[in-house]
Design a protein around this ligand. Structure first.
Ligand SMILES: Cc1cc2nc3c(=O)[nH]c(=O)nc-3n(C[C@H](O)[C@H](O)[C@H](O)COP(=O)(O)OP(=O)(O)OC[C@H]3O[C@@H](n4cnc5c(N)ncnc54)[C@H](O)[C@@H]3O)c2cc1C
Length: 419
């Protein structure tokens, strides 16, 4: 039996695994976590709207009926490309074909020391930590007698105005203005200052300019102040220093959230060293038109770990639809090879892009069609519900959203853990 090892059960990996369900192969799916995480809704966990279990599905359960697949929960440390083996802690997994779908993590542009001060949003632990910090800030402000300190507790800075930064800022605006409005006695949560810092000249820089302008207006209505053409130059536990042109400003704040940079998984670097394959600046592996590593047709790389620029000359964006399409393509390619055929090159059909800002507010671009407001928001809700992996989660999230929409509540406002 042809042995396929797949590393990473995120969007790319899981879609590849499922599309291989009828292939005559022996498939081993390896992930360091025992669940698939629906990252696009992580910000809702971080802002108390959803609980982690509602956006995560156990990989073992998702693939339980797939006879040709086994699941291993393990960290992949290395790949022996000559002996065709994936190296785990104290074990090896031999392969004939390897699919690497290990994704990406956040990146602090050479300032890794900022990570504990300004958590990024990538894992369930990140989301619950951000939730803890946001809610704790209001708690501390409630019993803080000093006005300046209180203001610092009620100031939130979000770095990066891509979709994640915009979603976090919008949700924070709703928490401050709506969710918490009756909950405190000494402070008025609506007085919270929410600052969204962006290095380029507009929010949602990957969207068309008219939608960026609409998103900015919607954010302003939620009380979010946006600062474009602004970069963070320093960060400590008492505040953040930003530069706009020649102007440098120190902003006292106890809560800084990072939504700025992305770097491909370390595994890409390791496999690049073993194969001599090139990496781009974001650490992604430059792949061939059929998503294989140059000189290694037996190794496919997909999703956020891959840099595919054969279609437009520009790398495809690191978004879920690209990873899912590449996962499905790889499955087709493997099946074609097993039949003795050569697969055609990968081609991505871009169905459009969406971002939500808050209640009834989202923006969406489908080619030349740009929509915003409640219609875009409904499209956003529908698409995100449909792509949640399991039916149970879809139902739970739908119920939660309807309830929260009516009551303006966020039921998962728990302060847990602590780093
Ligand atoms: C907060 C956030 C919001 C987002 N919002 C959107 C959105 O609204 N729309 C959109 O299209 N995209 C969004 N994205 C991007 C989207 O989630 C990614 O593009 C997509 O997850 C990439 O899929 P992937 O399979 O490449 O990687 P991932 O889904 O990240 O999966 C990688 C998997 O590999 C595993 N892994 C990594 N290293 C190892 C190892 N060494 N050993 C074993 N397992 C390993 C990980 O545990 C993980 O399960 C968002 C991302 C984030 C972080």
């Amino acid at each position: 039996m042809h042995r396929v090892v797949l590393v990473g059960a995120g969007f790319g990996g899981l879609y590849a695994a499922r599309a291989l369900r009828r292939a005559p192969i022996d498939l081993t799916v390896i992930d360091r976590r025992n669940f698939h995480l629906f990252q696009p809704l992580l910000y809702q966990v971080a802002t108390g709207g959803l609980s982690p279990g509602e956006i995560a599905s156990p990989v073992r359960h998702v693939l339980s009926r797939q006879r040709n697949a086994r699941v291993w929960m393990a960290e992949v440390r290395d790949v022996d490309v000559d002996r065709r083996r994936v190296c785990l802690d104290g074990a090896e997994a031999p392969y004939d074909t390897l699919i690497l779908a290990a994704g990406a993590h956040h990146h602090y542009f050479g300032h890794d020391e900022w990570e504990p001060l300004a958590p990024g949003l990538k894992t369930v632990e990140d989301a619950t930590e951000i939730r803890r910090r946001i809610l704790l800030a209001f708690e501390r402000a409630e019993r803080e007698p000093d006005a300046a300190e209180r203001h610092a507790w009620l100031t939130f800075a979000i770095v990066g105005a891509g979709p994640t930064g915009v979603e976090l800022a919008g949700a924070l605006g709703e928490i401050a203005n709506d969710t918490l409005r009756h909950d405190f006695r000494s402070i008025n949560p609506a007085e919270a200052a929410i600052l969204l810092v962006e290095g380029t000249d507009r929010v949602l820089p990957s969207f068309p300019p008219d939608l960026s302008a609409k998103a900015e207006r919607a954010l302003t209505e939620l009380g979010v102040r946006t600062r474009v053409l602004t970069t963070v130059t320093d960060l400590d536990s008492a505040g953040v220093t930003v530069r706009t042109g020649d102007a440098v400003e120190r902003i006292p704040t106890k809560t800084v959230l990072w939504a700025a940079g992305v770097q491909a998984s370390e595994l890409g670097k390791i496999v690049a060293e073993r194969t001599g394959a090139p990496l781009d600046r974001a650490g992604r592996m430059l792949v061939e038109p059929d998503l294989t590593v140059p000189g290694h047709p037996e190794i496919f790389v997909i999703g956020d770990l891959a840099c595919f620029s054969h279609q437009t000359g520009q790398p495809l964006p690191g978004v879920a639809p690209v990873a899912m399409a590449q996962g499905r393509y790889v499955a087709r390619a493997i099946r074609a090879r097993l039949r003795g055929q050569t697969p055609p090159p990968f081609h991505y059909f871009d169905k459009g892009t969406l971002a939500t800002i808050g209640r009834n507010q989202a923006v969406a671009a489908f080619g030349r069609l740009h929509i915003s407001g409640p219609l875009a928001w409904f499209v956003w809700l529908f698409v995100h519900l449909m792509y949640l992996v399991e039916f149970d989660n879809r139902l739970l999230v739908l119920i939660e959203w309807i309830y929260d929409y009516i009551t303006r509540n966020r039921g998962a406002r728990l302060i847990t853990g602590g780093r």
